[in-house]
Write a protein that binds this ligand. Structure first.
Ligand SMILES: NC(=O)c1ccc[n+]([C@@H]2O[C@H](COP(=O)([O-])OP(=O)(O)OC[C@H]3O[C@@H](n4cnc5c(N)ncnc54)[C@H](O)[C@@H]3O)[C@@H](O)[C@H]2O)c1
Ligand SMILES: [Mg+2]
Ligand SMILES: [Zn+2]
Length: 276
């Protein structure tokens, strides 16, 4: 089976195809969704900051129009990426997730970080270029570790003050320069709950375009310590029995996948598949 969506660096001088428009208020959509005929979209009253050719969906080219601000387009509204993830078709969410990461990068790399002069788009490469500095800036990806810690029938879940009321999830945190994935995991777990872990096992990865995380998922076993929550970051953390779990994260997240795999193994059920 061929993939419906493949990324590509397309020439913005070539006309036609489809396009998505992204503003600080999210993606433009109407009754037909978030993809519009590109030439029609460019005739609307949009304040375009940058245009990037991003790939092919079902054989058609797709471009991104990154906008300064959200403007009125008759019959259309704006909606954030998270809503597309929760409600919509997974392939469309992948297109928009990629568009969002390219849009964030394009918006934040208009000027050279070394000399402050405007940068230009490199043809056929996903890079912004400063000629005087001979400096290229590529889209930023932030590696983040995410881990389910278990102790027999119990799993450790925590709440950040940012979570939806009642929801508990696995621990996560960004890698810092100088550390391996495993060192990052051990540090984050110590910082957030003061627990020690052992038998760290890699489970899989997921792109998390909010705004540019690359989630590396692990399973680890409890090795010692009592839960002490990190002030401001962790509101509550508890051991939950697999038979009595609190409200969990969204089904497409790797956090949910790590939990569901372990619960399935404990209960002898079929294991879920990690959404890409
Ligand atoms: N897909 C999933 O299932 C899932 C689940 C949980 C968390 N996440 C994601 O994992 C990431 C990390 O989780 P967290 O919020 O607990 O991180 P964290 O524990 O590292 O704490 C967040 C803090 O890290 C710092 N920070 C922000 N961006 C950073 C970056 N790019 N590099 C280094 N430090 C940075 C900030 O001080 C921020 O307050 C977030 O993007 C979060 O959305 C994804
Ligand atoms: Mg964290
Ligand atoms: Zn420069």
């Amino acid at each position: 089976m061929t993939a419906r969506w493949t990324t590509a660096v397309l020439d913005t001088d070539q006309p036609g195809g489809m396009a998505v428009a992204r503003s600080p208020e999210g993606f433009l959509f109407d009754d037909n969704g978030a993809l519009f005929p590109r030439e029609w979209l460019k005739r609307q009253d949009l304040s375009i900051l940058a245009e990037h050719g991003i790939g092919h969906l079902d054989g058609e080219s797709v471009h991104l129009l990154e906008l300064r601000s959200a403007s009125e387009v008759p019959g259309c509204s704006w909606k954030g990426l998270r809503a597309f993830m929760l409600e919509g078709d997974h392939t469309i969410y992948k297109v928009l997730g990629y568009a969002a990461q390219i849009g964030t990068w394009a918006r934040e790399h208009r000027f050279c970080g070394n000399c402050g002069q405007p940068m230009t788009q490199v043809p056929r490469e996903r890079a912004m270029y400063c000629q005087p500095c001979d400096l290229r800036s590529y889209p930023r990806i932030s590696p983040s570790m995410i881990v389910l810690i278990t102790r027999g029938d119990e799993i450790l879940l925590a709440r950040s003050p940012r979570f939806v009321t009642g929801v508990y999830s696995t621990l996560a945190g960004f890698a810092e320069p100088g550390e391996s994935a495993e060192e990052c995991l051990i540090r984050e777990v110590r910082e957030e709950v003061q627990i020690e872990v052992k038998n760290i096992q890699y489970m899989g990865s997921q792109c998390w375009p909010f705004p540019h995380s690359m989630m590396l998922g692990f399973h680890a076993e409890y090795a010692g310590g009592e839960i002490v929550c990190q002030e401001d970051e962790i509101e509550d953390a508890q051991w939950f029995n697999v038979h009595d779990l609190p409200p969990l994260p969204a089904s497409k997240s790797i956090a949910r996948y790590l939990i569901d795999v372990y619960v399935a193994r404990r209960l002898g059920h079929a294991e879920p598949v990690l959404p890409g």
